[in-house]
Design a binder for this molecule. Structure first.
Ligand code: ADP
Ligand code: MG
Length: 696
């Protein structure tokens, strides 16, 4: 099925095929991403207006909507420009005016002839002790009152689209929704008491009371589930596709791993051992691994990665590990090289800085198989980089990668097993949404012997105190990071801020004590600045967020973050994770500019309360939208129209289990439910997923 099923055609027609919509109105709808009838189905009312009939407007509080039957008494046309036109009506108990500005007299006489009975509905106002309704929402003849629902849905609007036009268009779109074969597991439907798709749409668009607008109603739950299920089915198809790409079963004899483990001054944590076991099993399997290793900063992901790489080498193959920045690639090299070399394993580094002859000879050694483990930046995936027998590709800290990018990388990985490592703890619902195509290992346990980081909030007004405190600490042999504010996502502006602070601190602490690193520096300069800090030659490192991920300097025990209120919670958590790595008690100073907003303060307080990355991420999600937490633009996270990732995390988990189960029993989606699920994918515009369905 490579074309959209006929049954969905009316829903994918032009918007101007709907009642009351011409090309001009259709253009307005486009501003809220409504381009076809289908889009209207998923635009749900957010509120409702009670239009139940009342006997009289007498006693109705100002601001409430009143719906009453009246007799038209007399017209009082506008006496001057800018004055209102009034039509006095009587509901049997009280006479009051309907008020119209810029009225069309002829229209009003036709609509409200004197002596006629009419049903009027609109917001009641009180003016000088008299009730009035300005521009009633509805003026109906009494026998047309059936057209007025007791409870009228209120939709989100955009300029050029009125509530009436919207409601009419939505009603038409809902009428176009066909009965579709059910794609949800029947037992789940029963357990949850969900209506069919078409019924759910009808119910969601015709609320009878405020309670019907809740995301907890069976209709809305079902519609949310459809979105999540379509998404998880997409991911499950991607996963199945990955698995079809057969990986080379890679089983090591354990000799290299044993050697390295014996040389370590510590034993792996339980979580590390578990993750290593999961990865080893994946590598040994005949299909390609596609696994995510999720672990907070300092949870010891590097060791897990190294064990996986060594398995590849034991099996006679090669491994590659890619980091997002030069600094991180070097740091991985520094931590892995001594361990690997002790075991007789050859490790090399390849970054954008490798050029000419040296690069050529590295590539040749790689192609011969003389290099066992390659570490580098994205340069390791350049076209001309060839391995003799690549078994495993590890991508570190790529929490900014979306599903699509991962699939691209996997394609370049020449059939190698894939392990993605992320240090960003994200809430379970988001993790399922973003990484649902992968299997996940979690390092939920930190290596022992860590001292908690003391976190404090300090106003920038107390800058001098902070600097004085820092001087004391430096005199005591400690080192500090000083992170400068993010200036509107501009690296150039960040640099200026960092440079200014650098000059200031250098003036205070003296020449040679303060280092500087920012994204605009040449790689060699950056490395030199980092190396000075790692070696303890500089005591304070002024930086932009280039130090955000991964950097490890155990002697650094103070983290100052300027304008912390401008950073995301996850980012602050990452930055703080740079300290607390040694034996010394560590401090994190979150400097903020007063006055801070209430949410700004609450966000920083969460950091003060906990160092648990998962808890921080859950709070972050609760305070912001799902998209914001990882940055929708880069996250590869779909925008859901109905589903709410924060409140419907359980639905997401169910959707994943169910999608995988469906593909397990019906891998080609050719059974009854499978075919229905295909229609769902079309309905949800999951074109990429449809391409992944195995043909024939
Ligand atoms: P991350 O998950 O942030 O990449 P690392 O792999 O850099 O963490 O590990 C952080 C520090 O913890 C390193 O200095 C590493 O040597 C140390 N470490 C890793 N595993 C253990 C362990 N099981 N016991 C003690 N220290 C460990
Ligand atoms: Mg790391």
């Amino acid at each position: 099925m490579s074309t959209r099923p006929d049954i969905l055609f009316p829903l994918f027609a032009g918007l101007d095929s709907l009642d009351g919509i011409g090309p001009k109105t259709a253009a307005h709808f486009a501003n809220i991403h409504v381009e076809k009838p289908r889009d209207l189905l998923f635009l749900l009312p957010y509120s409702g207006t009670d239009r139940r009939m009342r006997d009289t407007v007498a006693g109705v509080p100002a601001g409430e909507v009143a719906t009453v039957t009246v007799t038209v008494k007399r017209h009082s046309p506008a006496r001057a420009r800018g004055r209102p036109y009034r039509v006095f009506v009587d509901d049997g108990q009280i006479e009051f005016p309907l008020v119209f500005f810029h009225a069309n007299d002829r229209y009003l006489t036709a609509q409200l002839p004197e002596g006629a009975r009419r049903v009027i509905s609109g917001k009641l106002e009180w003016f000088d002790g008299t009730p009035q309704i300005v521009h009633p929402d509805h003026i109906l003849e009494p026998d047309a009152v059936d057209g007025l629902p007791d409870y009228e849905p209120v939709y989100p609007l955009t300029a050029g689209v009125t509530q009436k036009v919207m409601a009419r268009a939505v009603r038409h779109a809902v009428r176009l929704a066909p009965d579709l074969a059910e794609w949800i597991d029947p037992s789940l439907m029963r357990r949850e008491g969900w209506p069919s798709w078409a019924d759910a749409l009808h119910q969601a668009h015709s609320p009878q009371a405020t309670g019907d607008l809740s995301p907890e109603t069976p209709a809305r739950q079902r519609l949310a589930y459809d979105e999540l299920f379509a998404h998880q089915l997409t991911l499950a198809l991607a996963r199945a596709d990955q698995r079809r790409a057969t990986g080379k079963p890679t089983v090591g004899d354990g000799t290299l791993r044993d050697k390295v483990l014996k040389s370590l001054p510590f034993a792996p944590t339980g979580a590390q051992t578990r993750a290593i076991g999961e990865i080893t099993a994946d590598l040994a399997a005949p299909y390609r691994m596609n696994r995510l290793l999720q672990g907070d900063v300092g949870s010891g992901k590097t060791l897990v990665a190294l064990m996986a790489l060594l398995t590849a080498v034991e099996a006679g193959g090669q491994g590659v590990m890619m980091a997002p920045t030069e600094i991180l690639a070097r740091q991985h090299l520094d931590s892995i090289l001594p361990l690997a070399e002790a075991a007789g394993v050859v490790v090399a580094v390849l970054t954008g800085r490798d050029k000419g002859k040296e690069r050529q000879s590295k590539l040749a050694a790689l192609a011969r198989g003389d290099i066992h483990i390659l570490i580098g930046t994205h340069a390791v995936f350049q076209k001309d980089v060839e391995f003799r027998d690549l078994r495993l590709a590890i991508i570190d800290e790529q929490h900014r990668f979306g599903v699509a990018q991962r699939m691209e990388l996997a394609a370049k990985g020449q059939g190698a097993h894939i392990l993605v490592m992320t240090a960003t703890p994200i809430p379970r619902s988001l993790s399922l949404a973003q990484y649902g195509d992968m299997d996940v290992s979690i390092l939920d346990q930190k290596p022992p012997g860590r001292t908690p980081v003391k976190t404090a909030l300090v106003s920038t007004a107390r800058m001098e105190e902070v600097v004085a405190h820092l001087r004391g600490a430096i005199d005591g042999g400690r080192q500090a990071y000083w992170v400068c504010p993010l200036v509107e996502e501009s690296e150039v502006m960040d640099m200026t801020a960092a440079q200014d602070r650098f000059v200031h601190l250098r003036a205070v602490f003296g020449e040679g004590v303060v280092g500087l690193v920012h994204g605009q520096m040449a790689d060699a300069e950056k490395d030199a600045a980092m190396a000075d800090f790692v070696a303890g030659r500089t005591k304070v490192l002024v930086a932009t967020t280039v130090i955000e991920v991964g950097v490890n300097v155990p002697n650094a025990s103070i983290m100052v973050i300027e304008r912390a209120e401008h950073f995301g919670l996850a980012q602050l958590h990452q930055l703080r994770g740079r300290v607390g790595r040694g034996d010394a008690a560590s401090t994190c100073l979150l400097m903020y500019q007063s006055p801070m907003s209430e949410t700004g303060r609450r966000r920083l307080e969460i950091l003060r309360e906990t160092e648990d990355g998962f808890r921080i991420s859950e709070e972050d999600l609760a305070m912001r939208g799902a998209g914001d937490v990882i940055g929708t633009a880069q996250s590869g996270l779909p925008r859901f129209r109905i589903a709410d990732l924060e409140r419907q995390a359980n639905l997401m988990a169910t959707a994943q289990t169910d999608a995988r189960a469906l593909l397990h029993t019906d891998p080609d989606l050719t059974g009854d439910r499978g075919r229905a699920a295909r229609v769902l994918l079309w309905l949800m515009e999951r074109d990429r997923a449809i391409k992944l369905i195995k043909v024939g």
